[in-house]
Design a protein. Structure first.
Length: 273
């Protein structure tokens, strides 16, 4: 059942609840929402251990673009509104660009008690080509022309989808599902900021003081694994590589990792082991 909570700027944020136990909020990556992406399936595996909150980020699913112009602060406030529905305190798990948003939220919101992250798409070395410095401007221009397919194609190429794969993707029903949320790619890219230029992450961007787990997949590209090692260094977090996993992780593999981490964090007052 879809529920709604009101964010600080008056935007109605759609969310769902399943399970029982400590509250856990899942923050989706680019273009994903409750009806498209891994969050709902993962919630169905985690709900034996947690009260899981999944929600539609701005411009996706049943959440509108917002009552005010988009900003990082508005997305953090959306997370805060969902945590408010959970009683004011929750674990948070962020995936891909949602991991970066979760890091920003954990730096600002006292209601986040523990943080788990999976494959924030930073480029911190020379193992992958840096994102173009003008990528946000490119996306803005394409949207102004109404070229949502162009936005999707540009994004897919940037993250490494091969030409033949992209050509096939455009013929599938998935492409039509992605076009309505293509405009949100500009927002995710703004959340990533300049941390995609092939240099190590800044040590002063985030102020995360809660126990944190940074994860990547053993079959993911080297640049993502290196990025998460750098995230762990910057945040003072635990780091773990999940054997056999790619950027599209399996819920059956991810869920035990989250259960173990959050359960251990509950029992530990200080830094995680």
């Amino acid at each position: 059942m879809t529920r709604f909570t009101t964010s600080a700027d008056g935007t109605e944020v759609a969310y769902s609840i399943t399970g029982s136990g400590p509250a856990l909020v899942i923050v989706d990556g680019a273009m994903c929402h409750r009806m498209f992406g891994p969050a709902t399936e993962l919630a169905s595996v985690l709900d034996k251990n947690f009260t899981v909150y999944t929600y539609d980020r701005r411009g996706r699913g049943e959440t509108g673009d917002g009552a005010t112009p988009w900003s990082l602060e508005r997305e953090v406030e959306d997370i805060d509104a969902v945590i408010g529905e959970a009683g004011g305190s929750a674990f948070v798990f962020g995936v891909s660009s949602g991991a970066v948003l979760a890091m920003e939220a954990a730096s600002r919101l006292p209601g986040i008690s523990r943080l788990a992250l999976y494959e924030a798409p930073f480029v911190v070395d020379d193992t992958y080509k840096p994102r173009p410095a003008d990528i946000v401007a490119q996306m803005d221009d394409m949207l102004a022309r109404g070229d949502r397919s162009g936005m999707l194609s540009t994004f897919m190429k940037m993250v490494g989808v091969p030409g033949i794969g992209l050509a096939v993707m455009k013929l599938t029903p998935m492409w039509k599902k992605l076009k309505p949320v293509a405009h949100t790619l500009r927002w995710d890219l703004r959340i990533l900021g300049d941390d995609g230029r092939g240099t190590p992450l800044p040590t002063n961007r985030w102020n995360v003081k809660v126990p944190t787990l940074a994860m990547d997949g053993g079959k993911s590209p080297e640049y993502l694994r290196n990025a998460m090692k750098n995230v762990a260094e910057v945040l003072g977090a635990d780091h773990r590589t999940l054997p056999g996993q790619t950027h599209m992780y399996k819920s059956s593999v991810m869920a035990p990792e989250l259960v173990e981490f959050f359960s251990r964090a509950q029992r530990t007052a200080g830094p995680i082991a």
